[in-house]
Design a protein around this ligand. Structure first.
Ligand code: SAM
Length: 468
C-alpha cells in the first residue's frame, strides 16, 4: 500500500502541492506573456454548438447559426458590436459625474437622475449649471484624475471645445430618458400576474445600454454570504479553491447609486472575492490566484498598473465610503467594517467633502503581494475564451452586474464559455437570473437573496451554478 493519498491529505503537503501548482500556472502565464502569447481567443463553433441548438427558436441574433464558418464571421462581428458599447458606458459615467461629482464644482449635487430633466426631457437649470462647471474644469483641473479622463476621452472622440457642453447635454438627455425607460420596464413587470416577470425583466434590463464600469462594495457582500451559506450546507469544502476569475471587475468612477468622486479611481471586486474565499477558508490568501477578464481598456490599464505597483512593493489603498442614510443592515455594516482585515491594514481615509456631510468612510491598504498577483486579460466573456494548461481552469468564477448587459442568447454563450473555463466541480456566481437554455455542463444549484437594508428593499439575488 502506498502512502501517497494519505500524504496528500496532510495540510502542509497539500499546501505545498497547491503552491507548486500555483507557481506552475503563474509561470505559464508569465512565460506566455513574455513570449507575446495571448491565451485569449474566440469561442469555436464546437464549443457553443449545444447552446446554439438550445436557443435555435429564440429568434435572437446568431441563434440560427448552423455551421462553423458562419459562426466565425458572426462572433467576430458581435465582439466588435459589444466593444462598440464601451464608449456609451463612458458617456454614462460622465453623466453621473456631472450630476453627482464634488471634485470639480461646489454646486449642489442633483438629487438623482430623475431630477436631471423635466418630464418632457428638458434638462433642468441645475443640471445645465453642472454641465457648464465640468466644461470649465476641463480647461483648468489638471490634477483631477476624472476630469483628465473626461478630457482624454473627448479628445479621442474628436469633440471640439466649443461643442463640449452640447455633447454633455445630449448625452445627459439620452441617459435620463434611458433611466426612465428602465424604471418603466420594471414597473410594468411588477404589474404582471407572473411573479417571475420582475426577475426576468431585471435579468436583461441593460441589454442595449452602454457598458458601464460602475462598481460598489455590496454585491461582494452578497457573494461572500452565498459562499458562506454553501459552505455551511457542505456544498463547498474548505481548501477547495485556488484559481478565481472575476469577470468585469469594474472601476469606481462615479458609482450611480452614491456618485462619489472624492477619492482616486479604484477597483474593489478582485480583492473582495479573494478575501471572501480566504475568510471562509475555501483557500489560503497567499495561494489564491485572481484573474480578471474585462473589455474596458480603462479597467484593464488600472489593474495592470496596480499589479505593477504591487510588484514594486506598493500597497493598493481602497477608500470605503458608506452613506448612513442608505440604512445598511447590521450584517452589511459589519462586512464593511471587516473589509480588508485579511489582505491589508487600516489607513487614515481621505476627508469626506463637507457637501457629503454624514458619509462614513474607512480606508484599507491592500498589501503589495496581493496587488502584485492580480492578472487581467482583455476578454469579452460572450465571445472570447482563455486557453489553459490542463487542470488549470478556475475553481470559482463571478460575474456581478455584467451579464445584465446582454440578451438571453449572449448570456447562454457566456455560460458555455464559463463552463469551459471552470474546473470540474467549480462554481459560477452571478447576480441576475440567467437563461434556462444553457450548456448542460453547468448545473443550476439555486438562488440566494442577500438584503443590504433591514427593510429588504435593496439587495442582490445571487444565482449559483456548478460545473459537472
Ligand atoms: C457595471 S460593471 C460591474 C462591476 C462589478 N462586477 C460590480 O458588480 O461592482 C460591469 C463591468 O463588466 C465589464 N464588462 C461588460 N461586458 C463585458 C464582457 N462582455 N466581458 C467582460 N467584461 C465585461 C465592464 O467593462 C465593467 O468592468
Amino acid at each position: 500500500m502506498t502512502d501517497g493519498p494519505r500524504n496528500l491529505s496532510c495540510p502542509r503537503l497539500r499546501s505545498c502541492v497547491w503552491r507548486t501548482a500555483w507557481w506552475a500556472s503563474l509561470g505559464f502565464f508569465l512565460l506566455a506573456a513574455l513570449a507575446g502569447e495571448n491565451p485569449v481567443r474566440y469561442l469555436r463553433f464546437d464549443e457553443v454548438e449545444e447552446t446554439l441548438r438550445l436557443n435555435a427558436d429564440s429568434g435572437l441574433p446568431g441563434s440560427e447559426i448552423k455551421g462553423s464558418e458562419a459562426w466565425d464571421v458572426w462572433i467576430r462581428a458581435r465582439d466588435t458590436e459589444v466593444r462598440g458599447r464601451i464608449d456609451q458606458g463612458v458617456e454614462d459615467s460622465i453623466s453621473n459625474l456631472i450630476l453627482y461629482g464634488t471634485s470639480f464644482t461646489s454646486l449642489a449635487r442633483v438629487e438623482s437622475v430623475e431630477f436631471a430633466a423635466t418630464e418632457s426631457g428638458e434638462l433642468r437649470p441645475a443640471t445645465v449649471a453642472r454641465i457648464h462647471a465640468l466644461a470649465l474644469a476641463l480647461a483648468v483641473s489638471a490634477k483631477n484624475e476624472r476630469v483628465r479622463f473626461v478630457r482624454d476621452f473627448l479628445e479621442r472622440k474628436g469633440i471640439a471645445r466649443k461643442s463640449i457642453e452640447a455633447y454633455f447635454k445630449e448625452n445627459l438627455g439620452r441617459f435620463a430618458a434611458e433611466q426612465a425607460a428602465y424604471q418603466k420596464k420594471l414597473q410594468d413587470a411588477a404589474q404582471d400576474r407572473d411573479p417571475s416577470a420582475v426577475y426576468l425583466a431585471r435579468g436583461t434590463l441593460f441589454e442595449t445600454r452602454g457598458l458601464s464600469v460602475d462598481t460598489s462594495l455590496l454585491p461582494n457582500f452578497a457573494l461572500e454570504e452565498t459562499l458562506g451559506a454553501m459552505l455551511r450546507k457542505s456544498a463547498l469544502t474548505a481548501g477547495s479553491m485556488r484559481r478565481i476569475a472575476v469577470i468585469g471587475p469594474g472601476l469606481d468612477f462615479t458609482d450611480k447609486r452614491d456618485g462619489y468622486d472624492f477619492y482616486p479611481l479604484q477597483t474593489l471586486q478582485p480583492f473582495a472575492v479573494l478575501e471572501a474565499v480566504a475568510r471562509l477558508q475555501l483557500g489560503k490568501a497567499e495561494d489564491l490566484e485572481v484573474v480578471c477578464l474585462d473589455v474596458n481598456p480603462a479597467v484593464i490599464a488600472h489593474i495592470q498598473k496596480l499589479a505593477e505597483g504591487g510588484r514594486a512593493g506598493q500597497p493598493y489603498t481602497l477608500q470605503l465610503p458608506r452613506d448612513p442614510r442608505a440604512e445598511w443592515s447590521p450584517e452589511a455594516i459589519s462586512y464593511w467594517k471587516g473589509f480588508g482585515e485579511i489582505l491589508g491594514s487600516p489607513r487614515t481615509p481621505l476627508p469626506v467633502p463637507v457637501s457629503l456631510g454624514g458619509v462614513a468612510i474607512r480606508a484599507v491598504a491592500i498589501r503589495a503581494p496581493f496587488a502584485a498577483h492580480m492578472q487581467v486579460y482583455n476578454a469579452n466573456i460572450v465571445a472570447e475564451t482563455l486557453d489553459f494548461p490542463s487542470g488549470q481552469g478556475f475553481d470559482l468564477m463571478v460575474a456581478t452586474n455584467v451579464l445584465v448587459y446582454y440578451n438571453r442568447h449572449e448570456q447562454a454563450l457566456a455560460m458555455a464559455n464559463i463552463a469551459r473555463m471552470l474546473n470540474p466541480g467549480g462554481i459560477f456566481l452571478a447576480n441576475n437570473v440567467l437563461p434556462a437554455e444553457h450548456a448542460s455542463e453547468l448545473r443550476y444549484l439555486g438562488r440566494r437573496t442577500t438584503t443590504f437594508t433591514p427593510s429588504g428593499a435593496y439587495g442582490d439575488d445571487v444565482v449559483v451554478y456548478r460545473r459537472r
